[in-house]
Design a protein around this ligand. Structure first.
Ligand SMILES: NC(=O)c1ccc[n+]([C@@H]2O[C@H](COP(=O)([O-])OP(=O)(O)OC[C@H]3O[C@@H](n4cnc5c(N)ncnc54)[C@H](OP(=O)(O)O)[C@@H]3O)[C@@H](O)[C@H]2O)c1
Length: 257
């Protein structure tokens, strides 16, 4: 039983597997949530600001399968909130799959860069993923579960104008490989590096010409879809002999010369 109306459930190994997805209220995270739920996972949907969307998604999934979903709120740049989030999951007593999806993304031109932007981008993309993974690793170990990190193809070839974001995602790539070693053999840790899937909004929005320029540098000459990423999550969640790997889901953009 995982809805927000019920009291905390007694852990039972006969119950469905449980996945925590950070930043899951909308966009790629929500698509991953729906796909895992369809595969029989109970869900912990984490969100920061998108309360309306997170509550609606949990309601939608609880209508499909009662008590299969609950939401958890936390600003992942705040370590107290990270600890509180992990405490709530530990209290629930079961975790099979952790998807580190939450991310902030905006340009940081070097001539105007601030320490606040460094803290925000590094802490949301990297520090939170590391501490959530390590704090919850014992719980995942019990279930011989998995961690999947949403990286970015720009972890390997930095995105011009976005040095801090690129540094954070490069750290997440190394975190994937390092934790694969640290948590083996019980827990598999893999990453997915999306190419262009959904265009960024607000501060990082691109003009139609800039979008076309990005698409023209994919071998497949098109954007991917959130479902392409969710399908990769489903694959890695059950790929029992794969750990420490990064799967590029990018239409061949990382090969484009
Ligand atoms: N979209 C793409 O084409 C693309 C390309 C390459 C890589 N990726 C990676 O794939 C993942 C999903 O992409 P996306 O575009 O769907 O992500 P997104 O919409 O940019 O962000 C996902 C969620 O992250 C949460 N978030 C941001 N800062 C946070 C913080 N300080 N604390 C807690 N949550 C925070 C937000 O939650 P709230 O809304 O609740 O505040 C947001 O809804 C990300 O890791 C991204 O870097 C995406």
């Amino acid at each position: 039983m995982l809805d927000n109306q019920s009291s905390l459930p007694e852990p039972s190994l006969s119950e469905p597997p449980v996945a925590l997805i950070t930043g899951a209220a909308q966009r790629i995270g929500a698509c991953i949530a729906r796909s895992l739920h369809q595969q029989g996972y109970d869900l912990l949907i984490h969100y920061r600001q998108s309360a309306t969307e997170a509550h609606a998604l949990a309601d939608e999934l609880n209508r499909i399968r009662p008590h299969s979903c609950r939401y958890l709120q936390a600003d992942l740049t705040d370590m107290n909130e990270v600890e509180h989030l992990c405490g709530e999951v530990i209290e629930l007593g079961r975790l099979d799959l952790l998807i580190n999806n939450a991310s902030s993304f905006y340009p940081t031109p070097v001539e105007q860069v601030t320490q606040a932007a460094w803290n925000d981008l590094i802490n949301s993309n990297l520090r939170a993923a590391f501490f959530i993974s390590t704090r919850l690793s014992q719980l995942i170990t019990v279930r011989k579960g998995a961690i999947i990190n949403l990286v970015d193809i720009h972890a390997q070839r930095g995105l011009k104008g976005y040095p801090i974001y690129s540094i954070a995602k490069a750290g997440l790539l190394m975190m994937t490989q390092s934790l694969a070693k640290e948590l083996a053999p019980a827990v598999r840790v893999n990453g997915i590096s999306p190419g262009p899937i959904l265009w960024p909004e607000a501060e990082a929005a691109l003009s139609p010409e800039q979008q076309q320029e990005v698409v023209s540098k994919t071998l497949l000459q098109r954007c991917g879809t959130p479902q392409d990423i969710a399908d990769a999550v489903l694959f890695l969640s059950s790929a029992s002999y794969i750990t420490g790997q990064i799967l590029n889901v990018d239409g061949g953009k990382s090969l484009f010369s």
